[in-house]
Ligand binder design. Structure first.
Ligand code: NAD
Ligand code: WQD
Length: 331
């Protein structure tokens, strides 16, 4: 199938493009490279042997998007494009609401105009908010504690409403938990510029010596070792979930939310020690205050992904850390 991948040069998008090619699909990338680089296209070609058609423009540019939809008859769309940094969204809410909501609206309007009726959307476990009990299940109420999270809650609602208004629309909204790791080739992965907000990219920079130690934000949570517990998921497993989700939309109508996680929680210290095993170094850390808005535990109920998509995570934290370290060491 011909599949449009918005944000396909990004961390999760690039891994999904590789998985789509390996599954026999033909992906096309639209990306404005606001948080990625065209260099990823060379890496994808080295991994797959395929030069993916890539178009550099903002998904909000409706005339360019329409022109592309007039040239290629897409069978489905996977929508990754968006801004995703929680702290940044608090400082710059309008940029997040504008970019994320407008991109989704323009994309959905263009899909409708060209009778493209199948979409997989990048949602997030952040939509479960701070009050739901773990493990999170898809029927729980959603809310957010930051503008980024609200954009995910809102876009989910927009997609649900569009699927009600347009009976032949089919949408899968994948709620990712904590994607980490890199492709085993070491050619694609996540290596954010500056000081990372997220745990594993931060540990990566401690392991390379770019940062002196990890600040463990919160050591007094009601968890086995007092540090935050999260559902870390290998990005290669996550990419496979998208291939399954695209296949699922075929012959279906309506919208469905599906958790994508391992269903297992790992603490900050467990992840740090897993990374020590991967890099063969002792990684220093200091106890630091909790981050505002952080919850103690977050992990998925994964039954729906298994039942509807026939998908479950196969890789564990040692695979995630080994593949992350290989990528960082090679780049
Ligand atoms: P990323 O920043 O690596 O990838 C996003 C890509 O979209 C980038 O290449 C960026 O250049 C592009 N982009 C952003 N706005 C665009 C626009 N208006 N037009 C065209 N391209 C645009 O992020 P990621 O980690 O790969 O996340 C992909 C999606 O998954 C995002 O929607 C994110 O919110 C969601 N998500 C990520 C995580 C995570 O922890 N990484 C967790 C849950 C959900
Ligand atoms: C994980 C754990 C921290 C950094 C975020 C977004 C969420 C989603 C995934 C987009 C927590 C602790 C972290 C550090 C630390 N992204 N930590 N030191 O907060 O679960 O989720 O990324 O959708 O929306 O909120 O991930 O990696 O930031 O934190 O101790 O330097 O690591 O307190 O317990 P989080 P994270």
């Amino acid at each position: 199938m011909d599949i449009l991948v918005t944000g396909g040069a990004g961390y999760i998008g690039s891994h999904t493009v590789v998985a789509l090619i390996e599954a026999g699909h033909t992906p096309y990338i639209v990306d404005n490279y606001s948080n990625s680089s065209p260099a990823v296209l060379d890496a994808i070609r080295k991994i797959t042997g395929v030069s993916v058609p890539a178009f550099k423009f903002d998904v909000q540019d409706e005339s360019k998007l329409n022109r592309l939809f007039s040239r290629v008859s897409f069978d489905a769309v996977i929508h990754f494009a968006g801004l995703k940094a929680v702290a940044e969204s608090v400082e710059r809410p309008l940029e997040y609401y504008d970019n994320n909501l407008q991109s989704a609206i323009v994309l959905l309007r263009t899909m409708r105009k060209h009778y493209v009726n199948r979409i997989v959307f990048s949602s997030s476990a952040t939509v479960y908010g701070p009050k739901n009990p773990v493990p999170f299940t898809e029927g729980m109420d959603t809310c957010a504690t930051n503008p980024y999270g609200w954009t995910k809650v809102m876009i989910e609602q927009i997609i649900r409403d569009v699927c009600v208004a347009i009976p032949d629309m089919s949408a899968v909204m994948l709620r990712y938990f904590n994607p980490v790791g890199a492709h085993p080739s070491g050619l694609i992965g996540e290596n954010p510029n500056g000081i990372p907000n997220n745990l594993v990219p931060y540990i990566q920079k401690v392991a390379t010596g770019d940062l002196p130690h990890l600040n463990v934000t919160g050591t007094d949570y009601d968890t086995p070792d007092g540090t935050g517990v999260r559902d870390y998921l290998h990005v290669v497993d996550l990419a496979q979930a998208h291939v399954k989700a695209v296949d699922y939309t075929l012959g279906k109508t309506g919208s469905v939310e599906i958790n994508v996680g391992t269903g297992k929680g790992e603490s900050v210290l467990n992840m740090l020690h897993a990374y020590e095993r991967a890099c063969g170094k002792t990684l220093p850390y200091v106890a630091a205050p909790r981050r505002a808005g952080d919850i103690a535990e977050c992990f998925a109920d994964t039954r729906k992904a298994k039942e509807l998509l026939g998908w479950e995570a196969k890789l564990g934290v040692d695979d995630m850390c080994r593949d992350s370290w290989r990528f960082v060491s090679q780049n």
